[in-house]
Design a protein around this ligand. Structure first.
Ligand SMILES: Nc1nc2c(ncn2[C@@H]2O[C@H](COP(=O)(O)OP(=O)(O)OP(=O)(O)O)[C@@H](O)[C@H]2O)c(=O)[nH]1
Ligand SMILES: [Mg+2]
Length: 441
C-alpha cells in the first residue's frame, strides 16, 4: 500500500523520539535520506546514519528495518529513532512528506496489520486497550487478547455452528442420498440451547473483563455538607475539591481517578442536592442528577449523626447500583452505630471499609483478572446477537419449521461471529474501530 509515516512517541520533549514508516518504497526513501544505496541499507537490520534533507543534516538517527511480511503491519517498515526534540521530529516528518510519504491516519498501522492478516480484529483492538490501560490488571487482560487467547474462545462455538449448518445444508441439497445423517430437529434445538448458554457465559465474563479493563464511573452524591468533597479528597489523597462548612460549596462536578485493587474508578464529586432558589446552585444540582443517571455506581453519602430523612435522593438512586455510606463517624459514639452500615470518616481518612464495599459490590470473579474475555462494547453487542439468533433457531426447531429457515438463522449467527473476529467485517466497521486508535500504532 502507499507509504505512510507517523510519530509513534508523544509529541513532547524527551531523550528520544520514534517515527514509523510503512508501505511501498519506504526502504528506498530512508536509504536515500541516509545517503546509502539500497543494497547497503538492507544488509543490516539496524542502520545508524545522518538523515539529510537536500544535503542538510537533520539528525543522527538509528533505523530498524523490517522486511515484509515480518513487520507489525506486514509491509516493508522502518522505525527511525531520533533525538527527542519536536523540532527534529517535525523536520523528519516534513522531509518524508516532501518525498511523497503521507501522514498516517488514526490507527492506520493497526488497520494495515489487520488487512494483511497479521492481527484479527480482536487482537487489533487489544493494541488499543493495551495503550489505554491505566492499571496493571487492565494491561494484563488486554495482553491476553493480544496473544489471541480471546479469539480462541469463540472458535469452538463457531465450529459447532458450522457443523450444524453443514448437516442441514447437505440434507437440503441432497435429499436423495440415504446414507447421510438425517437432520434431527430436537438434537439441533438442544445444540443451539447449549451453544447459547456458552455465549451467555462469554457475555457475563466479558462484562466482568470490561470492568477490569475500563473501570467504572462512581458518583458521590448526597445532601449538602455531608462530606462528599471531603470523601473525594480522601480517596484521591489530595485536596482536589473545596471543602467548607457552608452548605452548597460544590457547584461544578469535581473529578478524580483512583484504583481499588486494580480496578480503575472514575470519581465524580457532585453538588449537594436540595431545594434551592440560587440559580447557579440549581445548575450544579442538575449536573448532580445527570451524574447519578450516568454512573455505574452511586455512593449515597449520609451524615451518621443526623436522622435519616426519606429524601428525594433515595428515589433518584432507584434502579442504580448504590452503596449507602455513613460519614462523620468520628463524631458518633460506638454504641450508636448500627449493624450492617458502612461508617467512614472522610476527615480522618478512615475509608478502608468503603473501598472494600465498592470492590465487593462489583462481584468480580478471580477469572476476570486472569482469563481472556470479550470485553468491549462492540464484541459484547455481537455476542448478544449470536445468542438471539441461536435462541430463534432453537424455537424454529421446536416449532418444526423448515430446514432452510433454521439454516438462515444459524447463518446469521455465524456472520455475527465472523464480524467479531473481523473476517467479514465491512470496511466501514473496521474504519470505525481503527479511527479510535492513535495515529502511530
Ligand atoms: N467531623 C467530621 N467532619 C467532616 C467529615 N467529613 C466532612 N466534614 C466536614 O463537613 C463539612 C462539609 O464538608 P464537605 O466535604 O464540604 O461537604 P459536601 O458534602 O461536599 O458539601 P457541599 O459541597 O456543600 O454539598 C466541612 O466542614 C468538613 O470539614 C468527617 O468525616 N468528620
Ligand atoms: Mg462539596
Amino acid at each position: 500500500m502507499d507509504p505512510i509515516i507517523a510519530l509513534a512517541t508523544p509529541p513532547l520533549k524527551s531523550a528520544l523520539a520514534l517515527l514509523r514508516l510503512s508501505g511501498e518504497g519506504v526502504f528506498d526513501a530512508v536509504s536515500k535520506s541516509l545517503d546509502m544505496d539500497l543494497e547497503t541499507f538492507l544488509k543490516r537490520k539496524i542502520q545508524v546514519g545522518y538523515l539529510k534533507h537536500k544535503g542538510q543534516i537533520i539528525d543522527q538517527v538509528v533505523c530498524f528495518i523490517y522486511v515484509a511480511p515480518n513487520s507489525f503491519t506486514g509491509e516493508d517498515s522502518v522505525e527511525i529513532t531520533c533525538h527527542g526534540s519536536m523540532v527534529i521530529a517535525k523536520e523528519i516528518l516534513s522531509h518524508f512528506y516532501s518525498l511523497g510519504i503521507r501522514q498516517a491516519e488514526r490507527g492506520e498501522f493497526s488497520a494495515r496489520a489487520f488487512y494483511n492478516g497479521k492481527l484479527d480484529l480482536i487482537e487489533a483492538e487489544a493494541v488499543n486497550d493495551l495503550i489505554n490501560a491505566s492499571t496493571i490488571e487492565s494491561k494484563n487482560v488486554a495482553m491476553l487478547s493480544l496473544k489471541g487467547e480471546t479469539s480462541s474462545l469463540l472458535y469452538p462455538v463457531l465450529k459447532q455452528i458450522d457443523e450444524m449448518l453443514a448437516l442441514i445444508e447437505v440434507n437440503i441439497d441432497y435429499p436423495e442420498y440415504t446414507d447421510i445423517e438425517e437432520v434431527n430437529l430436537s438434537k439441533i434445538a438442544k445444540n443451539c440451547e447449549s451453544l447459547r448458554e456458552d455465549i451467555l457465559s462469554l457475555i457475563k465474563e466479558g462484562n466482568e473483563g470490561k470492568i477490569v479493563r475500563e473501570g467504572i464511573k462512581v458518583a458521590i452524591v448526597g445532601e449538602p455538607n455531608v462530606g462528599k468533597s471531603s470523601l473525594l479528597n480522601a480517596l484521591v489523597e489530595e485536596e482536589k475539591a473545596i471543602v467548607s462548612s457552608i452548605p452548597g460549596t460544590t457547584r461544578d462536578i469535581v473529578e478524580g481517578d483512583i484504583s481499588v485493587k486494580g480496578i480503575p474508578l472514575h470519581l465524580l464529586d457532585t453538588a449537594g442536592i436540595r431545594e434551592s432558589k440560587d440559580y447557579v446552585e440549581n445548575l450544579g444540582i442538575e449536573r448532580s442528577r445527570d451524574a447519578i443517571k450516568n454512573a455505574d455506581l452511586v455512593l449515597l453519602i449520609l451524615d451518621s449523626n443526623e436522622e435519616e430523612k426519606g429524601s428525594d435522593l433515595i428515589e433518584l438512586c432507584e434502579g442504580k447500583e448504590c452503596i449507602r455510606v455513613y460519614n462523620k463517624a468520628d463524631l458518633l459514639s460506638e454504641e450508636k452505630k448500627k449493624d450492617g452500615r458502612i461508617y467512614i470518616s472522610a476527615t480522618n481518612k478512615d475509608i478502608g471499609e468503603l473501598k472494600e464495599a465498592i470492590y465487593q459490590k462489583l462481584g468480580l470473579s478471580d477469572k476476570a483478572f486472569h482469563a481472556p474475555s470479550f470485553s468491549n462494547a462492540r464484541e459484547l453487542a455481537l455476542l448478544e446477537k449470536i445468542a438471539d439468533s441461536l435462541f430463534e433457531a432453537k424455537n424454529m426447531c421446536e416449532a418444526n419449521l423448515t430446514s432452510d429457515l433454521i439454516s438462515s438463522c444459524l447463518q446469521e449467527a455465524r456472520l455475527y461471529g465472523n464480524e467479531i473476529i473481523g473476517k467479514e467485517a465491512s470496511l466501514d466497521l473496521s474504519e470505525e474501530i481503527f479511527s479510535r486508535f492513535c495515529v502511530g500504532k
